[in-house]
Design a protein around this ligand. Structure first.
Ligand SMILES: *[C@@H]1O[C@H](CO)[C@@H](O)[C@H](O)[C@H]1NC(C)=O
Ligand SMILES: *[C@@H]1O[C@H](CO)[C@@H](O)[C@H](O)[C@H]1NC(C)=O
Length: 196
């Protein structure tokens, strides 16, 4: 279980520590208002999970739990830092929820394939093979092949098993930009203007 993984918990504590140091040092040096948009971007992994660890959408349950835990710890840190640094402007952006929304309701938003890699190998629900990756020439059964982008990337959320497609990133941005996933819920433009 990831919660009992010392490396995960240490990594998380270290990240939050860096955030704290960055914020206090920055303010200590300049005394000015510092703005930070925090993006918690762990989300559904595109790597096929074991079937007993898969949720109804096809995402990995332990990775989802890890992301949710990471985000709640990040939020806790942000809430605390707002108290410690009243001049700082901290925006928490819940990238996890917006990504999960698209992956879980892809068809409603015009995407045909929520999980299938556009540039992948092997077919099936994920079209992913860790040894045969996008744009990396490799010999498969004696033949040199290079996996290329699909013809219809606009219908895919998952680009290559690791990255989102441009179309998915645009979809995320359009929603994050409104402030709907932000705390406080200001559009990106307003969050910047307010404190310029
Ligand atoms: C962050 O934590 C505070 C205090 O517990 C809570 O009121 C707020 O809703 C949380 N925000 C998010 C985005 O989870
Ligand atoms: C290689 O060929 C074998 C036999 O046809 C096949 O079972 C296997 O899936 C092939 N490997 C890949 C990576 O396509």
């Amino acid at each position: 279980m990831w919660k009992s993984e010392p490396s995960f918990m240490m990594g998380l504590a270290y990240l939050l520590h860096l955030l704290r140091v960055y914020m206090t040092k920055e303010l200590g040096f300049s005394g000015s208002i510092t703005q930070l948009q925090l993006a918690a971007s762990l989300s559904c992994s595109f790597l096929p999970p074991a079937s007993n660890q898969m949720d109804s959408v096809g995402c990995s349950i332990p990775i989802n739990q890890m992301a949710e835990y990471f985000n709640s710890e990040l939020n806790r840190t942000v809430v605390q830092l707002r108290k410690e640094l009243p001049l700082a402007v901290l925006t928490y952006v819940d990238v996890y929820s917006v990504k999960y929304k698209l992956i879980s309701h892809a068809d409603e938003y015009g995407f045909t394939y929520p999980l299938k890699a556009c540039c992948g190998y092997g077919g099936g629900k994920y079209n992913f093979n860790g040894n045969i990756r996008c744009d990396s020439p490799v010999v498969v059964n004696g033949t040199l092949i290079t996996v290329k982008s699909c013809k219809d990337p606009l219908t895919h959320v998952n680009f290559d098993g690791f990255h989102f497609t441009d179309a998915a990133n645009q979809w995320f941005f359009d929603r994050i930009n409104t402030g709907a996933y932000s705390d406080p819920p200001l559009s990106l433009a307003d969050a910047c203007l307010k404190h310029a």
